[in-house]
Design a protein around this ligand. Structure first.
Ligand code: LHQ
Length: 262
């Protein structure tokens, strides 16, 4: 696919995807969503990619759906929103099913679909000046992109309901204190810090990282016996990897391990 609105860069096993429509705060048009989806699908089948880093160009992470496309200013017919949301759903499922870590470097405001795309990542790091906003209600919509699923699980139903019903902005520090995201860093340090984290993840035992993700996804719906059974099955699988052998040998030899992701 030819990429117009997403910058793609691969370095040291890390695929960096930068949403790149800064003049509209990286709001998502249909094409950008398709590009993100394509890049995530490509990462799944590319062995050289062992971690993904998602960020935004300019002062925002992503302001959600491009509202000019959602309700065309020229008065032409608005698209069926269910169909638009289905395009995002494929992206969110692709990110959750990708058996490689996805890190969000939230460089600025993450609103609407942009907030929930960030929350679909495995690790969310935000600049101290960034913010999160379930902006949907401000235009008469409900949170989508998995927001109604993931947000109550991250921050509890009381906070999730208030955030969704009021549409207020939450600062990155508040989001961190509530457990919505992993950590905050000073804005000038965000890029380097997240690159370093992504590089570290790309040097981890990739297959096991994928299995952790599978177990966490399943934990949303499983009871304890089912989750314990799943852990046993996934551990059997992890125990058959070359990286497991390498990890144990390196420990015994008191040297750092070299994981190849296999
Ligand atoms: C934008 C946008 C934007 C276009 C800023 N679109 N231009 C799913 C399926 C189908 C339909 C609908 O939605 C969904 C899911 C959703 O995501 S719904 C929620 C959509 N997003 C929003 O409602 C957020 C709208 N944006 C804002 O509330 C503000 O822009 C925030 C709070 C994000 C940032 O505020 P400021 O820092 O004050 O920036 P700004 O408002 O001045 O925006 C800068 C420019 O970006 C401006 O253009 P201009 O030509 O005036 O400089 C905005 O019009 C444009 N922009 N968001 N979503």
């Amino acid at each position: 696919m030819d990429y117009q609105f997403v910058l793609r860069e691969v370095d040291g096993g890390v695929l960096t995807l930068t949403m790149n429509r800064p003049e509209v705060l990286n709001s998502c048009n249909r094409r950008m969503v398709a590009e993100l989806r394509d890049a995530i699908e490509g990462a799944a089948s590319d062995e050289t990619i062992r971690a993904v880093l998602l960020t935004g160009a300019g002062r925002a992470f992503c302001a959600g759906q491009d509202l000019a496309e959602a309700v065309p200013p020229d008065g032409s017919a608005a698209p069926d929103l269910g169909a638009v949301v289905e395009g995002y759903n494929a992206l969110i499922l692709g990110m959750r099913r990708l058996e490689k870590p996805v890190l969000a470097a939230v460089n600025g405001v993450a609103a609407g679909a942009g907030a929930n795309i960030a929350l679909a990542c495995d690790i969310v790091v935000a600049a101290e000046t960034a913010s999160f906003m379930q902006a949907f209600i401000k235009i008469g919509l409900i949170p989508d992109n998995g927001g109604t699923y993931v947000l109550p699980r991250l921050v509890g139903v009381a906070r999730a309901a208030a955030l969704m019903m009021l549409g207020d902005r939450v600062s990155a520090q508040q989001a961190r204190d509530w457990g919505m995201i992993y950590e905050t860093v000073a804005p000038p340090l965000l890029t380097d810090h997240c690159r370093e984290l992504a590089r570290r993840m790309a040097a981890q035992p990739t297959h096991a990282l994928g299995l952790i993700k599978r177990a966490l996804n399943a934990s949303y719906g499983n009871d304890l016996p089912a989750q314990l059974a799943l852990e046993a099955a996934l551990q059997r699988d992890a125990g058959r990897t070359a990286d497991y052998t390498e990890g144990v040998r390196a420990f015994q030899a008191k040297r750092p391990p070299t994981f190849r992701g296999r």
